[in-house]
Design a protein around this ligand. Structure first.
Ligand code: UDP
Length: 330
């Protein structure tokens, strides 16, 4: 019986494949390699290159594999881009999930763990954000993920297809041995941009706005180490296999750090200057996103280990230093 990991060549997906294999699971990876990297895929995973929107391709994967569960990471995930190109997000994320759910229904695959996002909450009505906090996405990325969650809810009702949607806050860090890590082209995420600046690959980092209603005026985010994030996915898979009901969980730390605090920590850890200049706000960005992770801890038994910003930046820094140009180019 196999676990199919959609998007298993990406940053988060590749860490999932790695941990699943370490835990003894049989894993098949599906990825179109548009943003993922072949080198990131664990050598013990079977790899199918193709797009989840291609139903013939995906059907063929489910025909070949005896699928017991799906981890779904295959999506476009950039807030700024989604505001510029909303239809790309509805096609890749919503339509891609439509095809996936059709194939899962045909093959009677009943368990899916799904990467959702804090962006489903929009500008949150309460802090820390609970799963019961009202959802009101501020950008097409968050909207697309909320639609995907709702599609799964109705598929559960109709076909008994159970899901766990994990609403991530900000993911950072890399596997502790630095063999896999974050490599996007173009890079848009804060931590890798800070570290590329520390490496001298960028002259300066731009801070997107310092006129938010936060302690230092820059946006506040809740960061989770990728290794801890994946631990929650495996617990969610086991929860579903043990008959758990469909549900939604936040994955965060209940602590927020501003953009300026992140840069300051990285300066201390790397010993580099890391020049930063002030720029305008990025559209679609809420001021503060901080999670209450209590539900994941109580129901899934989630027990994150690498909870300090230091650990996240240190492991990301080791990855960037050992792979200054990402995969296959170090
Ligand atoms: N950010 C920034 N400069 C950058 C990239 C990001 O100031 O070059 C800010 C961004 O506005 C947000 C935070 O850093 O407040 C985290 O952004 P990221 O894109 O890493 O993750 P997101 O919050 O969009 O999931």
């Amino acid at each position: 019986m196999a676990i199919v990991v959609l998007g298993g060549a990406g940053y988060i997906g590749s860490h999932a494949v790695d941990q699943l294999i370490e835990k003894g699971y049989d894993v098949a990876v599906v990825d179109n390699l548009l943003t993922g990297h072949k080198e990131a895929i664990h050598e013990k995973a079977r790899f199918y290159q193709g797009d989840i929107q291609d139903k013939d391709f995906l059907t063929n994967v489910f025909k070949q594999e005896e699928v017991e569960g799906v981890l779904h990471f295959a999506a476009s995930s950039l807030v700024g881009e989604s505001v510029e190109q909303p239809l790309k997000y509805f096609r890749n994320n919503v339509y891609g999930t439509q095809v996936l759910l059709e194939v899962m229904a045909e093959y009677q695959v009943r368990n899916i763990v799904f990467s959702s996002t804090a962006a489903t909450y929009g500008e949150p009505k309460e802090v820390p954000i609970k799963e019961t906090t009202e959802t009101a996405p501020k950008n097409p990325y968050g909207e697309s993920k909320l639609i995907m969650e709702k599609m799964m809810k109705w598929c559960d009702q109709a076909y008994g297809m159970r899901y766990v949607a994990l609403r991530y806050f900000n993911v950072a860090g890399a596997k502790l041995d630095s063999t896999i890590g974050e490599d996007h082209t173009p890079e848009t995420h804060l931590v890798p941009l800070i570290l590329q600046t520390a490496l001298g690959q960028r002259k300066a980092l731009t801070i997107f706005g310092d006129d938010y209603a936060t302690s230092d005026g820059t946006c506040v985010r809740d960061y989770v180490h990728v290794v801890d994030l994946i631990q929650a996915h495996i617990l969610a898979l086991e929860y579903l296999k043990n008959g758990g009901k469909s549900d939604v969980f936040n994955l965060g730390s209940s602590e927020g750090f501003s953009v300026k605090e992140m840069i300051e920590s990285a300066r201390e850890i790397t010993g580099k200057e890391i020049p930063a200049i002030m720029g305008p706000r990025r559209s679609g960005d809420p001021a503060i996103l901080i999670a209450s992770p209590e539900k994941a801890k109580t129901i899934l038994g989630w027990n994150p280990h690498y909870t300090t910003i230091r650990k996240m930046i240190e492991t990301a820094w080791s990855w960037h230093q050992s792979h200054p140009n990402g995969y296959g180019k170090s």
